[in-house]
Design a protein around this ligand. Structure first.
Ligand code: TYD
Length: 212
């Protein structure tokens, strides 16, 4: 499929890393520059994907198997990609994704210890092989992530600190492998500093005036 992914940006990181705040701030920044931007979150983002999300994050579904979890994450992604992301990119709009394919590699690959190469293939299938132009990985110590999270955990957050440590290691490995696309950011910085860093990366890559 020939589609320009130049305006496709994703945010990744362990639970509580602060990526959603940064993704929203980048959205506002682009809007303030008169850009057309669509914001999506995963799992979810379309009616069908949100229905899948409800199964995935439901605390009462502890019996959900790891492979089923992977297939549901990627099903949700396939629907979102086909129904929303591809048409938006085709129209020349920006797409900001709060999580995308790398989440499956880190959570299901490292966290659940499933075969990474299989998951990469599964992601390729689900995403029609489109990839974000830039992925910001907001990296923090899992202890800090735990401290920042609300008391109410979903099914995956319920897995606890050891699981988040595995997921973080997974992210760092993926960042090393896909260096050309993934920018690792220190999530221990203030929200403002982090936003500034993201803005300057975007402004540099896309020749924007960085004055917002
Ligand atoms: P969410 O409440 O959206 O968390 P966050 O604000 O941290 O993004 O829950 C999404 C959860 O699903 C989160 O724990 C990460 C997990 N997840 C996976 O395990 N695999 C995936 O492919 C995706 C997209 C998310």
């Amino acid at each position: 499929m020939s589609i320009s992914t130049d305006r496709f940006i994703s945010f990744e990181g362990i639970d509580g890393c602060g990526k959603s705040t940064q993704a929203r701030s980048l959205y506002d920044f682009l809007i303030s520059h008169g850009q057309s931007v669509t914001f999506v979150r995963e799992p979810g983002g379309t009616d069908i994907s949100e229905a899948i999300r409800n199964i995935l994050l439901d605390n009462n579904r502890q019996e959900l198997a790891d492979r089923t979890e992977s297939l549901l994450m990627t099903s949700s992604r396939a629907q979102l990609t086909q129904e929303l992301i591809i048409p938006e990119l085709d129209a020349g709009h920006w797409v900001i994704a709060d999580r995308y394919a790398d989440s499956t590699l880190a959570y299901q690959g490292s966290g659940r210890n499933l075969d990474l190469e299989w998951l990469i293939k599964l992601n390729d299938f689900a995403t029609y092989q489109i990839q974000p132009k830039i992925t910001f990985l907001v990296d923090i110590d899992p202890m800090e992530g735990q401290r920042r999270r609300s008391a109410e955990n979903d099914r995956i957050e319920d897995e606890g600190l050891e699981f988040q440590k595995l997921v973080r290691q997974g992210y760092l490995k993926i960042a090393e492998r896909f260096k050309n696309r993934i920018i690792v950011l220190n999530g221990h910085q203030s929200v403002e500093k982090l936003h500034k860093q993201i803005k300057s990366e975007i402004s540099r890559s896309f020749n924007f005036e960085n004055n917002a």
